[in-house]
Design a protein around this ligand. Structure first.
Ligand SMILES: Cc1ncc(COP(=O)(O)O)c(C=O)c1O
Length: 424
């Protein structure tokens, strides 16, 4: 008890109103898609712990590789030094990315990967003698919680306290079916009237907005339009990367290639916090100069931490393994079967699927705020039933670890249907 009072009295949890929130659940152990709390209650981690953990909790292969690295070289500064885990990781990762991606810049989390991309975009133009100060982003985007990432994020709840202090961003709607024309027109209008440095987007799926999905053909058109005006394009694959969409990267569905990509979360399989901003050689060349002022003055103490690199290397090996690829396909098949059966459910307005991601949008009256009553009731019902799901308003989404069993998946589906009967 004293132990848990320390949490109550001294810890500050993310996205939490401590005055009204239930006490946090103390998790003591995990295996695969399962977690256990201090009282032995079992939970299915149906959202892979904020999408970071596709290969399952307490993964022994990752632990082994991390341990090996820890007792060889746990850390060394990356300014003026390099190491084999970073080099091996580059060799392994680059062939998986769109082939224009040729440089890796390391940082610590999804937000910093975005922050780095934004800084690169502004300085790229500056180094080329152009002052471009505006960014374009999608409505309802989420790119993280640091200042640059907040500026390009469009979900008010996360940014409203800081609105007046953010860099200038102009928003366009996502090109959902029926919205493509409006989206292109809005983009054209902005490109005609503003000095735009870059367009940042979550490719094909907007995660935090409730797994909103749109077609690759529509994104291709937006990227092509930006390219025709020398506006850089940044694909934020922090959520979508490493198999979530059914391909290694959402960008694999595109004909166009972005100038930069942001990778994190599943990059290290939920073990060591790390992220990478990848760029084309064209971006790098704008910084390559005799003039020190043209260098990118950005870095972190943990930049390219060797243990993180070893974890990423091992994670990619797992991702590419045949069993893991089969798991991704298996989960998609289960989701598709669920959709076939329940697509016309009287209380479901839409079921969206891409890869292992499935969003079930519920038919409700009126507004459904992000952390509103319906969401809170659903969340608590799932927890009571031993399932970790974090609905977004009236959208319940599933994004499980790839190693989840069919039995656990079935329990998730059944519990979602029960919740719909009870609360909708
Ligand atoms: C698309 C996207 N970009 C960036 C981030 C921020 O990542 P992090 O929470 O690691 O800072 C998130 C987090 O959910 C995300 O979904």
């Amino acid at each position: 008890m004293i132990f848990y009072n320390i949490d109550k009295n001294h810890l500050w949890h993310p996205y939490t109103q401590h005055k009204t929130a239930e006490p946090p659940i103390c998790i003591v152990r995990g295996k695969g898609a399962l977690l256990w709390d201090k009282d032995g209650k079992e939970y299915i981690d149906a959202i892979a712990s904020w999408w970071v953990n596709p290969f399952g909790h307490a993964n022994e292969y990752l632990a082994e590789k991390i341990h090996e690295q820890l007792i060889t070289l746990e850390h060394v500064l990356f300014g003026g030094f390099t190491h084999t885990p970073a080099i091996k990781l580059a060799k392994k990762l680059l062939p998986l990315l769109p082939d224009n991606q040729q440089r890796l810049f390391f940082s610590d989390n999804g937000s910093t990967a975005v922050e780095v991309a934004i800084k690169m975009a502004f300085q790229y133009h500056l180094n080329k003698g152009q002052k471009r100060t505006v960014l374009i982003a999608f409505e309802d985007a989420f790119h993280g919680d640091t200042f640059g990432a907040m500026a390009v994020s469009g979900i008010g709840l996360f940014t409203q306290a800081f609105e007046e202090r953010l860099i200038e961003v102009v928003r366009i709607p996502i090109p959902k079916k029926g919205m493509e024309k409006e989206c292109i027109e809005k983009l054209t209008e902005i490109l005609n009237s503003k000095d735009v440095a870059a367009f940042i987007f979550e490719p094909l799926v907007q995660g935090a907005a409730g797994m909103q999905m749109y077609a690759p053909e529509a994104l291709d058109k937006l990227i092509a339009l930006c390219k025709s005006r020398q506006v850089l394009t940044i694909a934020d694959e922090v959520m979508t990367g490493f198999g979530k969409t059914g391909k290694n990267f959402a960008c694999d569905y595109l004909a166009e290639q972005p100038d930069m990509m942001c990778l994190s979360k599943a990059l290290t399989g939920g073990t060591i916090p790390m992220s990478i901003t990848t760029t084309s050689e064209n971006i790098f060349e704008a910084f390559y100069d005799d003039d020190i002022n043209k260098a990118l003055f950005h870095g972190h103490s943990f930049t390219a931490n060797p243990t993180g690199c070893a974890a990423a290397l091992a994670s990619i090996e797992l991702l590419l393994s045949i069993p893991m690829q089969q798991n991704i396909a298996r989960i998609n098949t289960c989701h598709q079967t669920f959709k076939q059966i329940h697509d016309n459910h009287s209380k479901i307005s839409e079921i969206r699927i891409l890869g292992v991601i499935m969003a079930v949008e519920l038919k409700t009256e009126g507004e459904n705020s992000y952390y509103g009553e319906l969401r809170n009731n659903l969340y608590q019902f799932f927890i009571d039933n031993g399932i970790i799901l974090r609905p977004v308003g009236n959208i319940v989404y599933v994004l499980p670890p790839y190693v989840i069993t069919n039995k656990s998946l079935q329990k998730i589906y059944d519990t979602i249907l029960l919740a719909i009967e009870k609360f909708v």
